[in-house]
Write a protein that binds this ligand. Structure first.
Ligand SMILES: Cc1cc2nc3c(=O)[nH]c(=O)nc-3n(C[C@H](O)[C@H](O)[C@H](O)COP(=O)(O)OP(=O)(O)OC[C@H]3O[C@@H](n4cnc5c(N)ncnc54)[C@H](O)[C@@H]3O)c2cc1C
Length: 519
């Protein structure tokens, strides 16, 4: 992906217009754009910031049906998500993995409840099951989870779910869109909607945030896939439109693996506030979370509340022999769930179904809200089908069920580089030619200079943060170590993208500011 080339394409195609313009470059938007472009619709996607800058890089990183939603009786959601889980693992094996979870159980009733409940979870997954669930003894539980508190432990219930890299999955989807002929642009903000004489939406007015240039871009169908920002776009359509989103914040704390010392994840099925808490190994660290805090304000950079941090540390401390404290946090990150508002119970978010909701406004704006990362493909299919049903698009069949993002690594490319997809061998070639590019940038991470250069050439990062937070995951894995390698990364970026010293200083300043929100 090359931003300059894509902006040129946009200018060339502007007069002819598009079939579909998607607003929002998170999981929902890039999923829709890929569905659209692979059906043969001329497609443009505009993201105001970086791809997955919003919620889509801040998830728990689970590709799952949602054991919790099963407990709530949302069978339809769980079944759909379990099927999508299977498809995502099949189509993007380089960014997903089968993860073992253990529920530690402390009463005979819980042994029974979770053993039976998870058998039902297996059953719903059908042939897309990732491995059977089963009960293990107290001894085996302590073998697999050596740091779980042993007092009163009866045993553990083992089950399997998927895990993934959310931000890199967004890039893989965006990349696939461009390979199929679509245009996807980051740092391109939609400021208003264009309407024709009969009041129907005919496109968008958008601004290239980098150049400041403004564009009128026409399309048969405009899709609002802006997550927690959906109401802003709905108000561009109708200034009196009622709120449809109830944002709910979820926080995660990243700890060193010294707190888990296991390849198995822990799932605590019932915290004092009735939620679940996970401690999951991820890229050599442990992600612990999450919370569910209704908020009245939305932001691209939400910040953890003190009570959320206390809650996560306190709950984890009840189950771990080495209770984590605030100073142990390598990173604290927050994300906002775009939940559909419940008009008669606006304060509650726990009970709100995570199923997606698609609406078509009288002027023809198609909006999708809610949903889960796991279901992004199905959400995209439903959205485009709705556009067809509305008579705006000619009928064409969805082909993403078996759309593979990855064909495999060449034998001599290190397994670790597979996160960069089919062209990972190019990074290996760069290192073969110039061995100094194989140097890691900081001992806390495996990332090499070659990767940063390759990312600059292929994945459209525009800021230091884009690389440290979403192309690599350095920011989320260890804030301080990411800061230590920032000067070298920004200098590699500046060489590659031809930026001057002043730009480098500005980027470092901005990054220094940003990290205060993550620690
Ligand atoms: C704490 C937490 C944990 C989660 N864990 C999981 C999990 O483990 N598994 C799972 O399946 N799901 C999980 N989810 C749910 C999942 O992350 C979200 O459903 C999904 O990421 C939402 O994606 P989205 O594209 O709708 O929104 P976003 O990712 O927020 O994308 C919307 C985009 O629209 C852009 N935008 C807004 N306005 C404009 C404009 N005017 N012009 C251009 N662009 C604009 C924004 O910049 C933003 O990037 C979790 C959610 C949270 C909050």
């Amino acid at each position: 992906m090359n931003r300059e080339a894509l902006v040129n394409d946009l200018q060339r195609q502007q007069a002819a217009g598009w079939d579909i313009i998607v607003i929002g470059g998170g999981a929902t938007g890039v999923g829709i754009a890929l569905d659209a472009v692979t059906r043969g619709y001329k497609t443009l996607l505009l993201e105001q910031s970086d791809f997955s800058k919003g919620t889509s890089s801040r998830s728990t990183k689970l590709v799952h049906g949602g054991v919790r939603y099963l407990a709530q009786g949302d069978i339809l959601l769980v079944t759909e998500a379990l099927h999508e889980r299977g498809r995502m693992l099949g189509n993007a094996p380089h960014l997903t993995a089968n993860q073992e979870f253990i529920i530690p159980v402390y009463t005979v009733w819980d042994v029974l409840l979770y053993t039976v409940g998870l058998k039902f979870y297996d059953l719903l997954a059908g042939r897309l099951s990732m491995g059977k669930s089963y009960f293990i003894s107290r001894e085996k539980t302590l073998n697999r989870l050596p740091l779980i508190k042993p007092e009163g432990l009866k045993g553990g219930v083992v089950y399997h779910d998927g895990q993934f890299d959310d931000a890199r999955m967004t890039i893989a989807l965006a990349q696939a869109c461009t390979e199929e002929g679509g245009i996807v642009l980051n740092y391109f903000r939609v400021n208003s909607l264009l309407k024709n004489e009969s009041g129907k939406i005919a496109g968008v007015r958008a601004q290239d945030v980098e150049s400041g240039n403004e564009y009128e871009l026409h399309a048969k169908l405009v899709i609002n896939a802006t997550g927690v920002f959906a109401d802003e776009i709905l108000r561009m359509d109708d200034s009196g439109s009622r709120p449809t989103i109830r944002p709910s914040q979820g926080v995660h704390i990243v700890l060193s693996n010294a707190f888990l010392q296991s390849d198995s994840a822990i799932m605590i099925p019932k915290t004092v506030d009735g939620r679940v808490l996970f401690a999951i190994p991820w890229y050599g660290k442990v992600i612990v979370g999450t919370t569910d805090t209704p908020l009245d304000t939305i932001s691209l950079e939400p910040e953890a509340l003190e009570e959320e941090i206390t809650f996560i540390l306190g709950t984890a401390g009840k189950y771990l022999t080495k209770p984590p404290v605030r100073e142990d946090a390598l990173c604290i990150f927050a994300g906002l769930r775009p939940l559909a508002a419940v008009p008669d119970n606006p304060q509650s978010t726990k009970e709100v179904s995570r199923r997606h909701k698609i609406t078509l406004s009288p002027s023809g704006l198609l909006s999708i809200i809610g949903g889960k990362w796991t279901s992004y493909r199905r959400m995209a299919e439903d959205t485009i089908n709705r556009g067809i049903k509305a008579g705006v698009l000619e009928k064409r069949k969805c082909i993403t069920r078996n759309f593979r993002f990855y064909q495999g690594l060449s034998a001599d490319t290190p397994e670790r580089l597979k996160i960069y997809g089919d062209r990972a061998y190019e990074i290996r070639h760069m290192i073969d030619e110039k061995p100094e590019l194989g140097e890691v940038l900081n001992p806390a991470f495996p990332y090499t200079k070659a990767e940063i250069i390759w990312i600059c050439r292929n994945e459209m990062p525009r800021t230091l943060e884009d690389i440290l937070s979403r192309r690599t995951r350095a920011l989320l894995l260890d804030v301080r170590a990411s800061l230590a390698m920032a000067p070298e990364v920004v200098s590699l970026m500046a060489d590659e993208l031809e930026y001057d010293k002043k730009w480098q200083e500005e980027q470092l300043d901005a990054y220094n500011q940003l990290i205060t929100r993550y620690i």
